[in-house]
Ligand binder design. Sequence first.
Ligand SMILES: [Zn+2]
Length: 176
Amino acid sequence: MDTWKEFEQNVITHSAAHHLMAIDDLVSRLGYARVSDIARRLHITRGSVSISLKPMKEAGLVLQDENRHLRLSEQGQRLVDAVKNKRVLVQRLLSELLGADEQQAEIDACKMEHLISNQTAGRLVAFFRFVDSQEQPGPEFLSAWRTGRHDRELEAGSAPDGECMTDSAASRRTSG
Ligand SMILES: [Zn+2]
């Protein structure tokens, strides 16, 4: 959980983050990740994956063996772990605390996961530790907020808009 401290990860694009997470998922499920596996998973072409991976290899985030199997370097793994942690933190903030629709919270967390600074993520961790350390139903203001929901009028007509910057959309947006 503390790995996010070690690496300032704002240097990567959303697309890169999803490429790295795809490699992470594939390796843990299949034991390996090839360009074609990543392409299938992200719904993009192999050519596009190769182009995207190039700077990540050069940056030492992704390693390739003689069988053209890809895996994350230690640094790449730390980056993925940090992004995943940030996604969970933001999702929890939006849905559990603010009461956002769970699906929308997931989508918004996906959009923000690679943008949240380590410093802010650290504040969120500390905040949730505080919330979790309280006896139920938690800090007074929080339970008042959760039960009262003073904001209903603001939500009128606010159906979830737009999709998650899905893997394919993310990959088209190379500038992040
Ligand atoms: Zn995302």
